[in-house]
Ligand binder design. Structure first.
Ligand code: SF4
Length: 336
């Protein structure tokens, strides 16, 4: 997602918590646990239940489920992304890998050719590992896995190879927030920074616009698990995130996003120290132009109402965007 025009909330944008010595996956590499996790994730492909859809298809034998992707990595683009939140993109850029397919089917997704129409190409696990190493060589602050939930078996296998070949930078898990806790537990210690969405507060709205009536319950359980693993953001001396969680919330027209309820959940479940990125970059894409009220951007008043809820709840860590900010170029990962 582009973060052009984002600014830090007024209070705290500094390192907090205990220092982080090295990326978690390096510790798991040393004990052999990273290889075991790769195997455990790969085994799940035979009767796939990696995400809440639980399609039960055998992806190792050329079957595909709702996400539309088999067992090989399928990637749309790999590049240095300058417009994520400042602790993610920093000064050199985030090493974004955009994965094809998606476990949701948002009718307003700005990346729908990639997420829903299959744009991208299959590559080998070793090529994916090489892509990670190239990003590190180019100066990326991290590897930013954009919508990778359904491809995590291949991703962790690639990470295993890349770590053996010298990968050292943190791993960012950039997710729609529609996750299985069982899968997330297999990522414990592998993911350094969680960057999930909280999209909706109402199951019927989630069903109507993203095809997932169970989004709200799975999303909230997933956020609790991500917080358990990563906690609040900790940064290096330059303000680059080393570990933690930032939750993204995209404001939709007519409050389809249930902003007050979503933000209230975050504040009450995690405390006001939770980091939130409140986004104002929705624009009508895919089927949005023919689906009122998604056929327009949120008004300034609608975004201001969400911002007022944020401040009333005492959330002061994170980022907001200017009320009239424009979407950014470069094929960002949201809104989806
Ligand atoms: S990852 Fe894909 S195949 Fe597996 S359960 Fe989810 S949507 Fe279905």
């Amino acid at each position: 997602m582009g973060k052009n025009g984002s600014s830090a909330l007024p209070a705290d944008f500094s390192a907090v918590g205990a220092p982080v010595a090295e990326s978690g996956y390096l510790k798991l590499l040393a004990t052999g646990e990273l290889a075991r996790r790769a195997e455990a994730l790969d085994a799940r492909l035979q009767r796939c239940d990696l995400c809440p859809r639980a399609c039960a298809v055998d992806r190792k034998n050329a079957k595909v489920g709702s996400c539309g992707v088999g067992s090989l990595p399928k990637v749309a683009s790999i590049y240095l992304h300058p417009w994520e939140e400042p602790p993610v993109s920093g000064t050199c850029g985030s090493g974004a890998i955009f994965f094809s397919g998606c476990t949701l089917s948002c009718i307003f997704c700005q990346n729908y050719p990639i997420s829903q129409l299959g744009v991208g190409r299959e590559i080998s696990v070793e090529d994916l590992a090489s892509g990670m190493l190239d990003l590190q060589k180019k100066g990326a602050h991290n590897i930013n896995l954009v919508t990778s939930t359904h491809q995590m078996p291949a991703v962790v296998s690639a990470l295993l190879s890349a770590a053996r070949r010298g990968l050292r930078i943190p791993i960012v898990y950039n997710s729609s927030g529609y996750e299985s806790v069982e899968t997330l537990r297999l990522l414990d210690g592998i993911i350094d920074v969680y960057l999930p969405d909280i999209k909706y507060s109402d199951p019927q709205t989630a069903k109507k616009y993203s095809g997932a009536a169970d989004y709200v319950s799975y999303n909230r359980e997933a956020l609790v698990e991500m917080w358990r693993q990563a906690g609040p953001i900790r940064t290096d001396a330059q303000g680059i995130a080393l570990k933690g969680m930032i939750v993204r919330h995209l404001v939709l027209p007519e409050n389809l996003s249930g902003s007050g309820d979503c933000l209230s959940f975050l504040a009450h479940r995690f405390g006001p120290q939770v980091w939130v990125s409140l986004m104002n970059q929705y624009f009508p894409a895919h089927k949005g132009p023919s689906t009122p009220p998604l056929d327009r951007k949120p008004t300034g008043e609608e975004y201001e109402a969400a911002f007022a809820a944020l401040t009333a709840l005492g959330i002061s860590n994170g980022f907001v965007q200017a009320a009239r900010s424009r979407s950014t170029p470069g094929g960002g990962d949201d809104p989806s």
